[in-house]
Design a protein around this ligand. Structure first.
Ligand SMILES: [Ca+2]
Ligand SMILES: [Ca+2]
Length: 101
């Protein structure tokens, strides 16, 4: 349960720095849509997530897969390990993934 909460928090942080974060936050949302939106908004991240975290190989990123991928992306992106991902860190991680995968 603690891990699940950690992923939820991770996805919130990601959600907060996503490029389209100016959109109004839905009144109610849970981890799955938030994590999935990160990948739906960015094809680079989506391709990466599908390549490594589509565990059932159906070419869809289901909520649990998206949550794991979001947590892993956060590990890659949070270069200074302060628990937050700045827009600069987001862009750097995206470039890293684009170049490497
Ligand atoms: Ca899947
Ligand atoms: Ca950081």
């Amino acid at each position: 349960m603690a891990r699940y909460i950690a992923r939820y928090i991770a996805s919130l942080w990601l959600f907060a720095v996503a490029p389209l974060s100016a959109q109004p936050m839905p009144a109610r949302f849970d981890v799955a849509p938030a994590a999935q939106q990160i990948f739906e908004r960015d094809w680079v991240l989506m391709n990466w997530a599908l390549k490594f975290y589509d565990t059932n190989r159906d070419i869809l990123l289901e909520p649990p897969e998206a949550a794991i991928a979001a947590a892993e992306f956060r590990k890659i992106a949070d270069a200074d390990s302060d628990g937050r991902i700045t827009p600069q860190e987001y862009r750097a991680a995206r470039e890293f993934i684009l170049a490497r995968y």
